[in-house]
Design a protein around this ligand. Structure first.
Ligand SMILES: Nc1ncnc2c1ncn2[C@@H]1O[C@H](COP(=O)(O)OP(=O)(O)O)[C@@H](O)[C@H]1O
Ligand SMILES: [Mg+2]
Length: 398
């Protein structure tokens, strides 16, 4: 028997606080100590940063942990003496503004001449972005990086590269990688973005194939998700039953966000009940709460796709889609959507229409395949199905 806690005792309060630190449903991981799994991808990134003239592109679905991966990699490389800078693109960015932002993160020292004959020189700290003129070219960027690096290795991480709208701007990044590999082999550029393949991020990738290492971020394995859960639980000095961990891992569908959310909420339920062991029942109770706490945009998309369509069958169809066997990119066909006595094809077509909230993305004409536009919707739909008794826990699979 685990010892009973007392309500409001420091023991209980400390554990509650530890839970909010250990589980990060809403923010990327920025510390090595909270980071789970991803050994291969991290190893690939370190390899790239270490090899002369190599660069990387990290790509995958939304929410799989790309930002977390590069934050932790940057932390580790920085501690090892590599000069690192990270920036995030937004829709208004172009080639030059991205580099200004990235270099704006780096401070470096310039020596200014003194005043008058005997004036002593003085060292001034300036942001490296001041090195870039307007209309910066890849060569200007190379020169800027060279100046700040001063012989050290540099690694620049450009996140949400998919949001950089201009094809010309992306092309300039490809050119930059080419220029850097030839002329500044100690510099590494890591482009990060939402995409199914590298082509979607940089159409010109073939011309820089040798210099560009492709790092795909798949969804997390069940083992990695289980590690996220048990790691957080242990940090709060709690324990968790095996079936509770498994259920969370299955509901999360490879997306660590839900492992954090359900891990945290289940553990709070146990503490509320003055226990230090988290049980399956705590997870079941957490599901109802997690449904409420799911991002507004996810809930809104679901609501538009189901209730607003005025046909009760839509919610059943969407659940069957969430349960459908899919390929590694999340695509399934109408045959994978198992609903007895219903031909789902017209429903799937409708769910891909903007007038129905564009819940699904459709690809192909003759034999269309579909997937959830926002991967975070799938676990949400499963949690609803579970809470409403429309799906048995055993039916959940990855
Ligand atoms: N390796 C990891 N270990 C633990 N949690 C992670 C890991 N990677 C991501 N997460 C969690 O998953 C969620 C999404 O991660 P994020 O890095 O923002 O994904 P992406 O950039 O691919 O959209 C966040 O809540 C983050 O804390
Ligand atoms: Mg991200």
């Amino acid at each position: 028997m685990s010892p009973r806690l007392k309500r409001g005792e420091p023991e209980q309060v400390e554990r509650l606080q530890a839970l909010s630190q250990a589980f990060r449903p809403a923010a990327p991981i920025d510390r090595q100590s909270l980071f789970s799994g991803r050994t291969r991808q991290l190893g690939d990134l370190f390899g790239v940063a270490d090899q002369a003239g190599q660069h990387a592109v990290v790509y995958g679905e939304r929410g799989v942990g790309k930002t977390s991966l590069v934050s932790v990699a940057a932390e580790v490389l920085g501690a090892a003496g590599v000069l690192t800078a990270r920036t995030t693109c937004d829709r208004s960015d172009d080639y030059e503004s991205v580099w200004k932002k990235a270099l704006g993160e780096v401070q470096f020292t310039v020596t200014k001449p003194g005043v008058g004959f005997a004036g002593e020189t003085r060292d001034v700290r300036v942001a490296a972005s001041s090195l870039l003129a307007d209309d910066a070219t890849p060569h200007d960027v190379r020169r800027g990086l060279q100046a700040i690096a001063g012989g050290r290795r540099v690694a620049i991480f450009v996140d949400e590269f998919d949001r950089l709208a201009g094809a010309d701007d992306r092309l300039l990044f490809a050119d930059t990688i080419k220029t850097l590999s030839d002329e500044l082999p100690d510099a590494t550029v890591v482009l990060v973005g939402v995409a199914d393949d590298v082509e979607q991020l940089i159409a010109e990738h073939q011309s820089i194939e040798r210099a560009l290492v492709q790092i795909h971020m798949p969804r997390m394995s069940s083992d990695e998700l289980a590690q996220v859960v048990t790691g957080g639980i242990e940090r709060a000095r709690l324990t968790i039953a095996r079936d509770a961990v498994d259920t969370i891992a299955r509901l999360a569908q490879g997306l660590p966000h839900y492992a954090h959310l359900l891990g945290q909420l289940s553990a709070r339920n146990a503490l509320e009940d003055l226990r230090t062991n988290v049980r399956l029942g705590d997870v079941e109770d957490a599901v109802a709460e997690a449904i409420e706490k799911t991002q507004q945009t996810v809930r809104e998309t679901y609501r538009r796709a189901t209730e607003e369509n005025g046909d009760a069958l839509y919610s059943k169809i969407v659940l069957a889609c969430a349960l459908a066997e899919s390929d590694e990119y999340g695509f399934f066909t109408v045959a994978d959507v198992r609903l007895p006595d219903v031909d789902a094809s017209s429903y799937l077509e409708a769910l891909a229409e903007p007038s129905h909230g564009s819940l699904l993305q459709r690809r192909g004409e003759a034999r269309p395949r579909y997937r959830f536009v926002n991967p975070l919707l799938q676990p949400y739909v499963l949690m609803r199905g579970l809470a409403e008794g429309d799906v048995a826990p055993e039916a959940l699979r990855r």
